[in-house]
Design a protein around this ligand. Sequence first.
Ligand code: SF4
Length: 403
Amino acid sequence: MARKSEISRRDLLKLGAGTGAMAFVGRDLLFPVAAAQEGEAATALPQVPRRILGKTGQSVPILLQGGSMSLDTRFDPKLAEAVRFGVNYFDAGANYAGGNCESAIGNFIETSDVSRDQVWVTSKSHIHDPLGLEQTLDEGLIRLKSGYFDMYFLHGLKDPLFLDAEMKNLVERLQKEGKIRHFGFSCHDGNVVELLNKAADTAWIDAVMFRYNFDQYGNKELNDAMDRCFKAGVGLIAMKTQRSEVSFQKEWQKFAVGKWTKQQAVLKAVWADERIAAAVSHMDTFDKLKQNIAAALDDVELGQAEWEELERYGAATRSAACDGCDHICGPAVDEPVQIGATLRYLMYHDVYGEQEKARTLFRKLPIEAQRLCGIDYTAAAARCPRGVDIARHMQRAAEVFQA
Ligand code: SF4
């Protein structure tokens, strides 16, 4: 299905893509989307730069289309537009929009002129035992209308014990059967460092998708673990690059980071780290897609003034971002409330604008964890390394989830 581009060269220039980056990067033999789009698209449109994803040896765009809860399941033009600029990596999850994300990608491939082997499709299982994972994978393949995923992840891994011999055997069998090409896990809770170190020591983990943003550059433990992964050939994919700010979207407007928007600047901050192969972004609108592509195409790096601005922004907003490290604050509360998960769902609600998804996730918490009011969070807040105003945010969560 040949289409006119929704994003013009003029759009990209307006949004910050420098002229140097507008040159076509060239045919990529490892991952031939450019070759697949011979003619107008390949020669006229700039392509997002690519990096190698660790030991997979695969060249991937530095910008990935991901977390897409709001794709049109018939034919989503945002996916077509992303591919035209070389963003041919789609990251799904079995539980994203109840499986509709996988269906949308499958239907896009079926109805567009982009074939299955021209896109890299990953998905994830939120069920972590081998039996449940395989069943989730098989259901996902039906929705994708494909025989394989390029990469499959354990989704939101917390417990490294799931990476045991039984899981290794399953992964090897699934690879032999051709259902998955590569395997890894995603993680965004408090024990990211422990899990990265585990990945570095586990030969059959090809990539990790983890929480990483401009605010973590000085974290020595995290950096050491990333170094170990990078040396071991574990592909590193950054997510939550905007930092997981719970509830203060309006604050963004106060911060101008040079010629870039805050959204663009934080992506560039992550790409400045060469250990990171790619950053995944939930590009649910053409505007976000345009802004992110423009940032990726712009080969001008953040200067000292922009880094300082980001640092100032980070310091001013630190107490509004939660890292999900419940093991720090949770024990200080007598009740079975789940602070990290609740604040993440509040972020989905207030910052991402995904109200229905946020409510659904909150309702899936154990019933006793849904009681948020009448609890003293003072001791928990005192333990929080970020100084998050837990009581205020939990009050807000009660308002939006229990109204
Ligand atoms: S409130 Fe603080 S300690 Fe608790 S999970 Fe969030 S960042 Fe971690």
